[in-house]
Design a binder for this molecule. Structure first.
Ligand code: FAD
Length: 404
């Protein structure tokens, strides 16, 4: 079986960033990335595609093009973990062994848990920015809509980018407002949870946005079924099932741990890889690390979090390779740029426990208020920071914090 000093599973945001960070620190190290997909996606851009700001093609590159120099690409999927033997099983039949394993497989979108949804996605006015191929359909629907009812849904937590369900709604409303159509369109938000946003400091600006657009708020309203041809959506609520007709429906799917991780000794009871919240090292296997959407840390599941986790995992993995203890700690930073209209963002940035933690001085961007500068950050600065900073392991961007 092939053997690598460092084996990374998953070539998404977290996997590529970590590989780049490790190889920057130790050139020539034997390292491979297992990733079945030929395409690498910038998912934070899909909100902007759905809002008519970015083109779909701005959010994708070839995996081969983002792979750091010096990394081997194993183009296959992992089908099983055998951490006691320091080995992974590949779907294609091969086994690969490692000294250090880094799990970065993301989470799983469970579309099938909403009855009738999969067969109508992309048709009958049913869309989702959570899929590359559907985000352009969101923008088409927004442009076509003249009157009627638009529903936006949010599933139970945890989900990746918990603000994205609202972002889709606000950017749609912003366009209808601009076209003078908002008065003819009834907009409803159906959130399985009980609050607009988990960190209270950001809620007032979001509530003002809801009022500005005249959005009907429904908490503890969980989408369970869609009938595309008849254009109805059914929600489970504390008062029983409620069915609403729609002209447009934007769905965010329920989310769960990656199935291969969930079925392995690496998972906790909820199906996510079980790591220490600071060092990102597995709690039972000292040569295993995990980061990104697929691990069980309590941060906001965002690319911004992965950007901070990657160098921490890189230095701790190298320490483990040298037989040393972890040296760096992750503070739980995550960020969610809430697009309240086309041109303004409420920039939520916070660490573990929902502690507000702005990167820039608040006189530049007050994250709790809509900001034009924050919009330019998201629309103009963050994509190049992603492709040319984070994925290249440029360390000045996020120096890892030493472990106390
Ligand atoms: P991913 O990037 O999803 O990568 C996981 C990789 O693992 C994939 O390439 C997959 O093919 C691979 N994989 C899966 N199974 C296997 C297997 N069995 N074997 C091998 N490989 C496997 N974040 C922000 O910071 N800001 C935002 O504004 C923002 N907006 C978002 C909007 C939307 C609509 C969405 C969907 C996400 C958004 N995010 C945002 C979240 C961000 O995209 C994720 O947090 C980030 O991509 C997580 O990186 P990851 O590497 O953990 O997972």
């Amino acid at each position: 079986a092939p053997h690598y000093k460092v084996l990374i599973v998953g070539g998404g945001s977290a996997g590529i960033a970590t590989a780049a960070s490790i190889l920057k620190r130790r050139r020539g190290l034997s390292l491979a990335i297992v990733e079945p997909r030929e395409d690498h996606f910038y998912q934070p851009g899909w909100t902007m595609v759905g809002g008519g700001v970015f083109q779909q093609r701005d959010t994708v590159r070839k995996t081969a093009a983002v792979l750091p120099r010096g990394a081997d690409w194993i183009r296959d999927a992992v089908s099983g973990f055998d951490p006691d033997a320091n080995a992974v099983q590949l779907a294609g039949g091969m086994r690969v062994t490692y000294d250090i394993l880094i799990v970065a497989m993301g989470n799983r979108l469970a579309w099938e848990r909403i009855a009738g949804l999969e067969e109508t996605l992309g048709r009958n006015g049913v869309t989702s920015n959570y899929r590359f191929d559907l985000a352009p359909y969101t923008w088409q629907l927004v442009q076509r809509m003249q009157r009627g009812r638009a529903l936006f849904t949010q599933p139970p937590m945890p989900i990746k980018c918990a603000g994205a369900p609202q972002k889709a709604m606000y950017l749609s409303c912003s366009e209808w407002e601009k076209q003078g159509l908002l008065g003819n369109i009834e907009v409803e938000f159906h959130n399985a949870g009980g609050v607009l946003f988990g960190v209270p400091e950001y809620v007032p600006a979001l509530m003002e946005t809801v009022q500005r657009y005249g959005i009907g708020l429904n908490f503890e309203s969980n989408l369970v079924a869609v009938d595309g041809p008849n254009r109805t959506a059914t929600f489970r609520t504390p008062d029983g099932e409620v069915t609403r007709g729609f002209d447009m429906l934007h769905v965010v799917p329920p989310q769960e741990g990656n199935r291969v991780v969930a079925a392995s000794p690496l998972a906790d009871a909820s199906g996510y890889a079980e790591v220490d919240a600071a060092t990102m090292r597995h709690v039972r296997f000292a040569n295993v690390f995990a980061l990104g959407d697929g691990c069980n840390t309590g941060n906001a599941k965002t690319a911004a979090a992965a950007r901070k986790q990657a160098p921490v995992v890189a230095v701790n993995a190298l320490a483990a390779l040298d037989g040393r203890d972890p040296v760096a700690a992750y503070d739980g930073y995550g960020s969610c740029p809430l697009t309240v209209d086309r041109g303004h963002i409420v920039l939520a940035e916070f660490t573990y426990g929902g502690k507000v933690s702005p990167t820039l001085p608040t006189w530049l961007i007050d994250g709790t208020r809509p900001s034009r500068l924050a919009w330019h950050l998201k629309a103009d600065a963050l994509p190049p920071i992603y492709w040319h900073g984070m994925l290249k392991g440029r360390e000045w961007l996020v120096p890892p914090v030493p472990l106390q």
